[in-house]
Ligand binder design. Structure first.
Ligand code: ADP
Ligand code: ADP
Length: 228
């Protein structure tokens, strides 16, 4: 059974020039604990897809299922990470990571929240930077912190929209490695939107190619390395 099931999703935006069909009969299934990498040219509807999974929008036709439930409204059980991390400058790195816990688990004791955030920051190599402000960190470090914030409350799904797109090639490859380490310690299901093909095969358990106008699931490749 899949944790994410996208069934026959079709969507058009209403524009002053009439409907703009964006997605056509999309079919995507992501088993629990797997990473799906979605690649496609810019403008093909990748961000639209993330908004649908997060419940921020409803498709014209078709269904999005998460954990056996039809997605009808925005959910707390979806974590999001974007190309430009939106960290709050007036909070320390630690307090930025803690934020989703304050919202989703208000009854969790303060010390426990802190412990959880510190544990994740350690996994991504940010121990020692807990008390810094976001602007005191490099871009790569801010992206690490924002990944921690996206998964701190153990969402069912992590959606990443071009999370490493703004980083230089070396920093990006460091982050790929970090993602693997993070997944080994902290299993989660993820949809990664990228236009970097190398990234998609390095991080994805499956690579889903979107193309066409409106875009459809052209091709789905299972990525299995020898020994897996
Ligand atoms: P991608 O993330 O692959 O670049 P998007 O999902 O952002 O693609 O956009 C797909 C298409 O839909 C583009 O042509 C874009 O201009 C259009 N689009 C996106 N959002 C809206 C909107 N709110 N209203 C109208 N058109 C939109
Ligand atoms: P990363 O690969 O972790 O994103 P960068 O390549 O951007 O990091 O930066 C290289 C290294 O520089 C970091 O791993 C970190 O050790 C150090 N560094 C960056 N910003 C700071 C800072 N504000 N204070 C201390 N060290 C920093």
């Amino acid at each position: 059974t899949n944790l994410i099931d996208i069934k026959g999703v079709t969507h058009a935006y209403r524009t002053p020039n009439g409907p703009l069909p964006v997605l056509d009969n999309l079919e995507i299934g992501v088993p629990e604990g797997e990473f799906a990498a979605v690649v496609g040219p810019s403008g093909c509807g990748k961000s639209t897809l993330t908004r649908l999974v997060a419940g921020l929008m409803k498709p014209d036709a078709g269904e999005v299922w998460l954990h056996g439930e039809l997605v009808k409204s925005p959910r707390k059980t979806v974590g999001m990470a974007f190309q430009n991390p939106v960290l709050l400058e007036w909070r320390s790195i630690l307090d930025n990571v803690i934020l989703p816990l304050e919202i989703v688990s208000p009854s969790m004791p303060r010390a426990k929240r802190r412990e959880r955030a510190e544990e994740l920051l350690e996994l991504v190599g940010l121990t020692g930077f807990e008390d810094k402000r976001p602007s005191e960190l490099s871009g790569g470090m801010r992206q690490r912190a924002s990944l921690c914030r996206a998964i701190v409350h153990k969402p069912d799904v992590l959606i990443m929209d071009e999370p490493f797109g703004a980083l230089d090639a070396f920093t990006r490859e460091d982050l790929w490695q970090t993602m693997h380490e993070l997944r080994a310690k902290e299993p989660f299901t993820a949809v990664l939107i990228t236009h970097d093909l190398r990234e998609s095969v390095y991080l994805g358990d499956q690579v889903i190619v979107l193309s066409g106008r409106p875009a459809t699931t052209q091709y789905i490749m299972d990525v299995k390395y020898p020994g897996e």
